[in-house]
Design a protein around this ligand. Structure first.
Ligand SMILES: Nc1nc2c(ncn2[C@@H]2O[C@H](COP(=O)(O)OP(=O)(O)OP(=O)(O)O)[C@@H](O)[C@H]2O)c(=O)[nH]1
Ligand SMILES: [Mg+2]
Length: 234
């Protein structure tokens, strides 16, 4: 599910029926020029960064993943509005010992950042400000989109992070918030939507159009002006 960020303002992510998530077969892969965007996925160990990125790039739930050492690269090419976009996803290590020599590389020339926590782990949520702070220390520009993702929503009985608390934190940074599950097949399209939201933002390379809506009809909310203004915190 996507969670409201600010009432009355919609993050104008409308996926056209003509957009496909993959390059269609009539394309000659060799000759297609794709713009490449680097997206890093950051958060505590065990929150499901590898499973989320695998779900998006591989289409299935990765059983028995091992802790990521350094970084794993995944990519997926999309056709959006007639343009080829390649998302190069850096699945980073959450464990300090597996990431410390890599941190500079994570943040260099990054185009978007996804902060992940586990809704069944309060400590992983409480770490989010530290991850945002690390991002800030590495001079990631204010126009670089950031989003927050709460993973493992399928574990309903074990939830420790209320959606309201997560929304509050996301609002304080003016980040969009998504809650999802890499494991639940019913959430597959929602995982896609997280990355597509970023892809559209990167593709346009310009401020999003803000559409005033009634509170009840608002979904995928992201106040871009406030997001950019507040991004100096991150
Ligand atoms: N129930 C449930 N389990 C999940 C989900 N996503 C990941 N897991 C499990 O959580 C554990 C950790 O997943 P990973 O994807 O390896 O976590 P990570 O954030 O990449 O961990 P590091 O590589 O150590 O930073 C594994 O046992 C996964 O099976 C989910 O959506 N639901
Ligand atoms: Mg991992």
């Amino acid at each position: 599910m996507a969670i409201e960020n600010k009432p009355g303002v919609e993050f104008d992510t409308v996926f056209s029926r003509n957009d496909s998530l993959e390059l269609s077969s009539h394309h000659d892969y060799e000759n297609v020029q794709a713009r490449i965007f680097k997206i890093i996925v950051i958060g505590d160990s065990n929150v499901g960064k590898t499973c989320l990125t695998y779900r998006f790039c591989g289409g299935t739930f990765l059983k028995n993943p091992e802790a990521t050492i350094g970084v794993d690269f995944r990519e997926r090419t999309l056709e959006l509005g007639g343009e080829c976009i390649k998302l190069q996803i850096w699945d980073t290590a959450g464990q300090e010992r597996f990431r410390k020599s890599m941190v500079e590389h994570y943040y260099r020339s990054v185009h978007a950042v996804i902060f992940v926590y586990d809704v069944t782990s309060l400590p992983s949520f409480e770490s989010i400000p530290e991850w945002i702070e690390e991002c800030s220390r590495h001079s990631v520009g204010p126009l670089v989109p950031r989003i927050m993702v709460g993973n493992k929503c399928d574990l309903r009985d074990r939830r420790e992070v209320p959606a309201s608390a997560a929304q509050c934190l996301a609002d304080s940074y003016n980040f969009p918030l998504f809650e999802t599950s890499a494991k639940d097949p019913a959430e597959k399209e929602h995982v896609d939507a997280i990355f597509l939201t970023i892809a559209y933002r990167l593709k346009s390379h310009k401020p999003l159009r803000l559409k005033q809506l009634s509170e009840s009809s608002s979904r995928h909310l992201w106040n871009q002006r406030e997001q950019e203004a507040a991004a100096c915190q991150c």
